[in-house]
Design a protein around this ligand. Structure first.
Ligand SMILES: Cc1cc2nc3c(=O)[nH]c(=O)nc-3n(C[C@H](O)[C@H](O)[C@H](O)COP(=O)(O)OP(=O)(O)OC[C@H]3O[C@@H](n4cnc5c(N)ncnc54)[C@H](O)[C@@H]3O)c2cc1C
Length: 509
């Protein structure tokens, strides 16, 4: 596949249709993958609604210096659109964004894509058996809504006093302000998660000083990234099965590592030993090393895969403050001891409001509750991570408990898309206009799932992470192999659903 432009492809023009069979919300991997699958299933009456002015989701929004994937690229791509010429084992943000644009262009998605179209409200109409959607570009009805609105889309800023009083530039890493030149500046970095671990080494190269505020040190393991050679690219293009083998190899290696997170602990101990050795090699100063040594099990929080993060922290222009931020003042960030660190700019690498996506507050189901209100009652949960009792004809991609700690989520997204298409086929076969998962099926599924998570390192590893809610319930992660999820999603379990035909014929208005 040759990559051409970024965000310069033509999208749908003109007003939204009044009614569609399927409204897909979002144009990241989930939205684009769904659009391709709908077309392949012969469904053309669909739209992809994207609030931003171009497609790409995560890979449009996260353009910070150093942004890259942290699972190998052949695995972090669609199985139906392999790319033989990824430049690196771990590709960078511009290349992934361009890949998504190319997939959308090659598979005829763009005429269905309405950018600048924020879905601001949606209400299930239980008489007409349609979703009534309000968008920033007008209203429409849809038989079915597929949400690909993402889980890591709304930047989270820490709630510390004075944050708005800061006089210099400040921004979240997912909204990097490229108009601000940080060369020669004193920059505070708040947070040490996966994004910060990628941009801190880049900042270190140009800033006069980088002050990194670290609440909890992450575990760091080697990345061993490299550029693919010409010869490898040629082989991928010409040797039958080579590309499949590359992807298959990456898949197997990742799945084999699952035992770090879910096993009896032997593999985890092995990796912890290696990670501590890596830390020792990369950080010779024992005082700094002590600050950077985690006191919880590896894998409990997202593991950082990086060769340059720790070395960056050892540089003379970097200071690690092992403390949360307690306040922000006009020209300074204050640590927990009350020490003021004078800086010119602040970058927040403080993650996302996971699952608290705006759409959750905006979609109102059959019983008059928003998805958020429903989840406040029941805990964040869905049947097979995809459908929610009380919300007919709604499918959530990367919904509750479908995220992964060990491999590419594109695998999960594709499995869910297959399930959605199978559900649509079943509706058509049965002449059904609505389907809704039975609460009993959803609850039984989640009871089993939560049991599977109990002994994993995510729940029992001795850390606080964004994987779990305030009660400690893990609402984000899939507990086992991705092959188990793929198997589960291969068949649409109609017996878990109530399928309905129209009560009365109505023309949606
Ligand atoms: C910095 C970063 C690095 C990551 N690295 C990895 C990795 O290495 N491996 C991995 O497996 N995963 C990674 N992830 C997770 C990543 O989010 C998923 O892999 C994947 O990109 C999610 O795709 P998506 O389409 O479901 O959601 P997104 O890519 O988040 O797309 C959601 C889209 O929905 C749109 N939208 C939201 N609400 C509305 C609305 N109301 N109306 C209209 N449009 C709306 C948004 O604008 C956005 O374009 C990373 C995430 C981040 C933030």
């Amino acid at each position: 596949m040759t990559l051409t432009t970024t965000s310069r492809h033509a999208t749908a023009t003109g007003p939204l249709p009044a009614h569609v069979r399927v409204a897909v919300v979002g144009s990241g991997f989930s939205g684009i993958g769904t659009a391709v699958a709908l077309q392949r299933a012969g469904i053309e009456a669909f739209v992809v609604l994207e609030r931003a002015d171009s497609l790409g989701g995560t890979w449009r929004d996260n353009s910070y210096p150093g942004a890259a994937v942290d699972v190998p690229s052949h695995l972090y791509s669609f199985s139906f659109a392999p790319k033989r010429d990824w430049s690196h084992v771990y590709s960078r943000q511009p290349e992934i964004r361009a890949y998504l644009e190319q997939v959308a262009a090659d598979h005829g998605v763009l005429p269905h894509l309405h950018v600048g179209t924020d879905v601001v409200a949606g209400r299930w109409d239980d008489d007409a058996l349609v979703w009534r959607l309000e968008t920033s570009q007008g209203d429409l009805t849809a038989d079915v809504v597929v949400s690909g609105a993402g889980g890591l889309v709304e930047p989270h800023l820490p709630e510390v006093p004075g944050i708005e009083t800061f006089q210099g530039p400040s921004f979240h890493s997912a909204r990097w302000d490229h108009s601000v030149d940080l060369t020669g500046k004193r920059v505070a970095v708040v947070g040490t998660g996966a994004s910060a671990a990628q941009f801190v080494p880049e900042l270190q190269k140009v800033a006069a000083k980088v002050v990194v505020f670290q609440r909890t040190p992450p575990w760091v393991i080697p990345r061993q990234d490299r550029a693919y050679t010409e010869r490898e690219h040629r082989r991928m293009a010409t040797v039958p099965g080579f590309l499949k083998l590359a992807r298959g190899g990456q898949y197997v290696v990742r799945e084999a590592r699952l035992g770090i997170w879910t096993g009896a602990g032997r593999l985890r101990k092995l990796f912890e030993g290696q990670a501590l050795k890596f830390l020792e090699q990369q950080v010779p100063d024992p005082e700094l090393r002590a600050k950077l040594t985690p006191d919880y099990a590896l894998g409990c929080k997202r593991v950082i895969v990086s060769d340059d993060y720790l070395p960056a922290l050892t540089q003379p222009n970097v200071e690690v403050v092992a403390s949360p931020v307690s306040a922000v003042r006009r020209h300074a960030v204050v640590d927990a001891d009350g020490t003021e660190h004078e800086v010119d700019a602040i970058v927040y690498g403080t993650g996302f409001r996971v699952m608290d996506i705006p759409l959750g507050h905006r979609l109102v189901g059959r019983e008059g509750r928003t998805l958020r209100e429903e989840w406040d009652r029941s805990g964040v949960q869905a049947h097979r991570g995809t459908t929610v009792a009380g919300f007919p004809n709604l499918f959530l991609l990367l919904g509750p408990n479908t995220a992964l700690g060990h491999t590419s989520v594109v695998i999960m997204i594709e499995a869910q898309i297959g399930y959605v298409v199978a559900a649509l086929r079943r509706m058509q076969q049965d002449g059904a206009r609505a389907l809704e998962v039975r609460r009993s099926a959803q609850e039984a599924y989640n009871a089993r799932l939560q049991e599977g998570l109990t002994d994993t390192v995510w729940n029992a590893g001795g850390c606080r992470s964004w994987y779990r809610d305030e009660q400690g319930r893990n609402f984000t992660l899939w507990p086992t192999r991705t092959s188990a999820f793929m198997r589960l999603m291969r068949r649409f379990d109609a017996e878990s659903y109530e399928l309905r035909s129209p009560r009365r014929v109505s023309v949606p208005a």
